[in-house]
Design a protein around this ligand. Sequence first.
Ligand SMILES: C[S@@+](CC[C@H](N)C(=O)[O-])C[C@H]1O[C@@H](n2cnc3c(N)ncnc32)[C@H](O)[C@@H]1O
Length: 199
Amino acid sequence: MRENLITKTAQWAMEVVSHYVAEGDTVVDGTMGNGHDTAALARLVGPEGRVLAFDVQEQALRNTTELLKEEEVRLGLKTGALQSRVRLICDSNANLRSYIDGLKPSAVVFNLGYLPGGDKNVTTTADETLRAVTEALDAVKPGGLVAAVMYSGHEQGAAEKEALLAWARELPPKEYHAAYVAMWNQKKNPPELLLVTKK
Ligand SMILES: C[S@@+](CC[C@H](N)C(=O)[O-])C[C@H]1O[C@@H](n2cnc3c(N)ncnc32)[C@H](O)[C@@H]1O
């Protein structure tokens, strides 16, 4: 059996993202963290594609570099094959417009919250994330996707989720489609998914 996606929200998000991304595309990882999404995006865009990956912590850039190297070995690729597709940016995702340089990404992904295994006080916030998703939606090409995995099990995350859902609900329905995937019977605030595409 392939991955049980209902139990693995981040993989579910990436599976959806994969339907929007073709080889050679530019894509954005708004929250690089330990690099799992960045590495998955680097594989999706292929040798001619480009991934811009953001995080506010240098630790995330180091962890992601390590993961990309490990993935190159695991996949039998040449050293640097994945790393050369990725630009690691130590800055807030709220500033993504200044790095995109007129490019039209086919997807922008966010896996919100704090760095797993890192400092739980350095977390995404409602204000910054709202700025980021607004910029992301503005930047993506028509038919492109903005995806966010949301974690409401901590205080900042709960406020961030509410802010994002309120933002998405008000998007003009003729210009955007917004979908919200919630885990219906699970306790303890499981991760949820917000998906927005524009015409
Ligand atoms: C849940 S982790 C991301 C996991 C990651 N996608 C992965 O595959 O390992 C969330 C990350 O967002 C980062 N972060 C917090 N605020 C941010 C901001 N304003 N801009 C970019 N990254 C931010 C944190 O430092 C943390 O590393």
